[in-house]
Design a protein around this ligand. Structure first.
Ligand code: SF4
Length: 351
């Protein structure tokens, strides 16, 4: 492919070869607008993905077991003040049944996800984690939000392997405006604790937030690199009608894909999912993400009666129904020429 200008090509080559990108080089890549240059960025990320994590796409089966949340994030449909949300908590027996279904479908990892729900005390969660580990042997990823250090420690000792805690934005002012009562420093402290406890740690951000700049996105990449995340989830901001941000404009999927590609180039051997949120804005974007650096797919196994109520952003329920309709993961990934990975699919350098 012929480059239309030398500068982006030079930076893409530098990144592909493992060079340490500066902030302005990262923001330059995220800002690319020429379709040939963007394609070159995706292709470079795809080659680095192939070299560093291989061809397999690993499956993580998600169970959204509670949509109660004590927080009030201004973008989120599960926020405490959303009185339209129909709340639920899943019985432990139902969670166990779903974990067995996930194992039976060939996923090596179960992801337990909820709002920040104080009903699930450290002790209660440890019981669920230990039971899943004992009865299924699956790798366990938790996505339960910010918790005290002692909870993280107890979960790890009970058998949890990984923890997803998106930082959402590396801009502390933007963060404080989005998450009342919370600070970026507090979020980073939790991520550091998780690293100290030897979890595989997942970070991630939203793209297209109101007031977010390209430099903010470059800072997201730098923060992810600085904290040494093992997994990175990137998704577009999607306005939810029952939140204060209902009238804002949704993030752009091509910007998300460029971020994903840059993060692959910068982080090399991490696990990067093609996220559900991407599929909400553009059904084909989840597929495109696998050609721009992604190597993980996270099908949702929450039963339909609950899944439609796990409404962080609008449209999520529809994509999840599509997940459920994908009976044969192998056939789905055959369409992009990639095999389904077997086993837990942890970060290679750690396993
Ligand atoms: S983003 Fe998470 S912590 Fe914030 S309101 Fe939604 S579920 Fe709760």
């Amino acid at each position: 492919m012929t480059c239309t200008s030398s500068a982006p090509c030079d930076v893409i080559t530098k990144a592909e070869q493992g060079g340490l990108l500066r902030r302005e080089e990262i923001s330059g890549l995220i800002s690319l607008s020429d379709s040939q240059e963007i394609e070159r960025l995706y292709q470079a990320a795809d080659r680095v993905r192939a070299e560093c994590v291989g061809e397999e796409i690993f499956l993580r089966g998600i169970i959204e077991f509670s949509n109660y949340c004590m927080n009030n994030c201004r973008y989120c449909g599960l926020r405490r003040d959303n009185m339209e949300a129909m709340r639920y908590r899943m019985e432990e027996g139902r969670i166990m049944e779903l974990a067995q279904v996930i194992k039976g479908r060939g996923c090596g990892t179960v992801v337990l996800q909820s709002g920040e729900d104080p009903y699930y005390t450290g002790e209660r969660m440890c019981g669920i984690i230990a039971r899943i580990k004992d009865e299924t042997g699956l790798a366990i990823t938790l996505s339960l939000g910010q918790r005290p250090f002692d909870d993280y420690k107890a979960f790890r000792e009970a058998g949890a392997d990984r923890y997803l805690l998106r930082h959402e934005t590396a801009n502390p002012v933007l963060f404080a405006g989005l998450c009342p009562g919370r600070s970026l420093d507090g979020r980073i402290q939790c991520l550091k604790w998780l690293g100290e406890l030897d979890y595989e740690v997942g970070m991630g951000c939203m793209v297209g937030l109101p007031g977010q700049t390209v430099e903010d996105l470059a800072d997201d990449v730098l923060l992810i690199r600085e904290l040494g995340a093992d997994m990175i989830g990137i998704g577009p901001f999607i306005p939810h009608e029952d939140t204060p941000l209902r009238n804002e404009v949704a993030g752009d999927t091509s910007l998300v894909l460029k971020m994903l590609a840059v993060i692959r180039l910068v982080t090399r051997d991490t696990n990067i999912p093609s996220t559900t949120a991407l599929g909400v804005l553009d059904g084909d974007s989840r597929r495109k993400a696998f050609q721009a650096g992604a190597n993980v797919f996270m099908p949702v196994f929450t039963p339909r009666d609950f899944a439609e109520r796990y409404d962080i952003y609008p449209g999520k329920g529809n994509v999840k129904k599509a997940d459920g309709a994908i009976i044969d993961f192998k056939a789905f990934f055959d369409t992009i020429g990639r095999p389904v990975g077997e086993g837990p699919g942890g970060r290679r350098k750690r396993s």
